[in-house]
Design a protein around this ligand. Structure first.
Ligand code: HEC
Length: 115
């Protein structure tokens, strides 16, 4: 095998490895049903299906799981600062966060352009 044929092979192997790693990480938790149960404690502000009822709380329905879990981890670590969310996020485990993110991401939303 020459280096010409080896290089693309190596590249595709590392892509495959990266995909495998992502899939393995995703298999840890991401249980939307468990997230739904946990979301009872979020409803008072973020609404029963993630469409917020509190004017200062953002909608969570349909947000990408990767975004939601990053925000919850940032609140928990104190990297994103908010008094209420900081306190709430500190009660959450990594599995809780991944499950909550899976639940809110699974909610379908529809955007309707104003007339
Ligand atoms: C007492 C009201 C309240 C409760 C309860 C609450 N939140 Fe929040 N949440 C807020 C507010 C207010 C913000 C906006 C904070 C900010 O400005 O950073 C927020 C922000 C967030 C964000 C960031 C969203 C974005 O668009 O960046 C996420 C994710 C989130 N909350 C998830 C949750 C989850 C999950 C729970 C339940 C475990 C929960 N929240 C419970 C009030 C609440």
């Amino acid at each position: 095998m020459t280096t010409h044929t080896l290089k693309p092979l190596l590249r595709s192997t590392s892509v495959a490895l990266a995909l495998f790693t992502l899939a393995a990480a995703g298999a840890q938790a991401r249980d939307a049903a468990a997230g739904r149960a946990k979301a009872q404690m979020c409803m008072v502000c973020h609404g029963p299906v993630g469409v917020s009822t509190a004017p200062d709380a953002p909608h969570l329905a349909g947000q990408p799981a990767i975004y939601l879990s990053a925000q919850l981890r940032a609140y928990r670590a104190g990297e994103r600062k908010h008094e209420v969310m900081g306190v709430i996020a500190r009660t959450l485990t990594n599995d809780d966060i991944d499950n909550l993110a899976a639940w809110y991401a699974s909610i379908q939303i529809e955007a309707v352009e104003p007339r």
